[in-house]
Design a protein around this ligand. Sequence first.
Ligand SMILES: Nc1ncnc2c1ncn2[C@@H]1O[C@H](COP(=O)(O)OP(=O)(O)OP(=O)(O)O)[C@@H](O)[C@H]1O
Ligand SMILES: [Mg+2]
Ligand SMILES: [Zn+2]
Length: 591
Amino acid sequence: MDATLTTVDEVLAAARGLLELPATAIESTLERLRQHYRETPLLFTPETLALLREASARARQSRIADSAGPALATLKEVFGYPSFRPGQMEIIEAVMGGRDCLAVMPTGAGKSVTYQIPARLKGGVTLVVSPLISLMKDQVDAMGEIGIRATFLNSSLDGAERARRTAQLRAGELELLYAAPEGLDASVGDLLDSLDLKMIAVDEAHCISEWGHDFRPAYRNLAGLKRRFPRIPVLALTATATPRVKSDIAEQLALRDPLHVRGSFYRSNLRLHAVKKGAGTGVRDMILRLVRARRGESGIIYCLSRKAAETTAEFLRQRRVRAAAYHAGLTPAERASVQDEFSRDDLDVVCATIAFGMGIDKSNVRYVLHRDMPRSIEGYYQEIGRAGRDGAPADCVLFYSWADVISLDRLIDNSDASDSDNAHQQRRAVRRMFDLADTDSCLWRRLASHFAEDVAECRESCGNCTAQDIVEEARGARAPIAGGRAARDFASNSLREAEAGSGGRARDVVAAPDAAETPDADLFERLRALRKRLADERKVPAYVVFSDRTLQAMAVEKPCTPDGLLEIHGVGQKKLDEYGPAFLAEIAGPR
Ligand SMILES: Nc1ncnc2c1ncn2[C@@H]1O[C@H](COP(=O)(O)OP(=O)(O)OP(=O)(O)O)[C@@H](O)[C@H]1O
Ligand SMILES: [Mg+2]
Ligand SMILES: [Zn+2]
């Protein structure tokens, strides 16, 4: 490609010259050399490669300096968050620098901002490929709430609405376009050429791989995108990817030299507990006790069978808990209505099989209970990942027993593949899950190590470390605990996060919350009621207005000016303008 660089020495000289350039000017030449290397690697000696790495590191440093400022400013101004979570900045920096990126970050880790912030900073349009049409509306609504101009195109729209959105996109009025992979071979695909496309984000990217667990043939439509738009960075995001799935993603999407980013599996706001069934109180009563102690908070109870989901929901309803069942035996309309009521806080508890969850974005799920042991650690992790997405504390209680192992074995035996390799794998997965549940050591440490991550003992986020008996603690808690224990934990949690900054975690800074930092429970309840009223008026889910965590922070800090409110976690400029007066009035109280 580069006609002037035909010998080893010329290439070496070019690499040396690179280091003489100012850091900001390195990138374009470096990219040319990268391309050259792909074509004729033999011209590159180890010395040359070392020089190029050095140059690349310098360019990266200058990019960090360049992009950290605006990215962080956007995080604060638009999202109202004080700092990045692990991995986010690296990803943003890579795509801002035009580099492809493949990020594996667990459920709830915060993958979305890694394309939302670049979309704002780059201008033009960012395409987001996302598998679930049913979620696009909520995602776009949530973007609207914080002032990011987003839209979606999919089969649910009529011709006139499509035309309107297309015109807006062409006129450069929108920053984010969500589309399903199915749309990309048809009309959306044609539209792209006429847009000022700046970046492509592929969410749930594991769906492209046949080796993954949710293979979606339509994801194969994405294969041609990189060829069509070679200069546009592609960001592939997923919560779960084995090495094989990862290389499949990179290959199928034709990613060029992608930056690999891996988030941490440890989420300190999720409090893990494992409770062995069979001795003493029955599981139903333990569940009831836990649910009653969390009255008014949102929770999910996972059950192994449809029948168990039904009976558990019925049992709770008879005891005046707003509960419903969710499983694959319901009609699509019934399922949609349960999901909708839950997201609008009109339903507190969903008793569900694994059919429930993919793409549940509700951020204020305060607890996830497993009535039965899940069939694998992967499944368990995904299910608890639906709790505490707002970063506020949430409890995850796993009920388990050897009888569950036997039930799961029976299911495997009765399946089509009962003596195949696959069945053998499944039985092993069940046993690994049991071993995790039954361990005396730190649950987080065990869980992370299953995903090949080494973390220290959590000391505060699992029942084994804290020697807490969560079921016993819930005994006798009948009155609604406003803001719950979650709220009381809030202060120490936020301290820890501030200390950890955007990088690693600080473990030893668990300060005891002093009195001034304890949320005002009565105020929290009033704020929650206000949130619900505003959300219903606007026909959006309550958590889209403000997360639980944001309300908790308000109930601690009690800001009385707009500037004070803007300091609260999760309050950005747009929400301040929109909701600030109402919330400030509520905090000021009746006068
Ligand atoms: N830096 C941050 N500080 C505080 N909260 C954040 C930050 N980044 C993201 N969040 C919040 O974390 C929550 C989860 O983020 P997001 O929906 O992007 O998760 P995800 O990684 O896409 O998970 P999933 O795999 O389940 O889709 C959201 O409520 C988001 O606003
Ligand atoms: Mg996501
Ligand atoms: Zn622990």
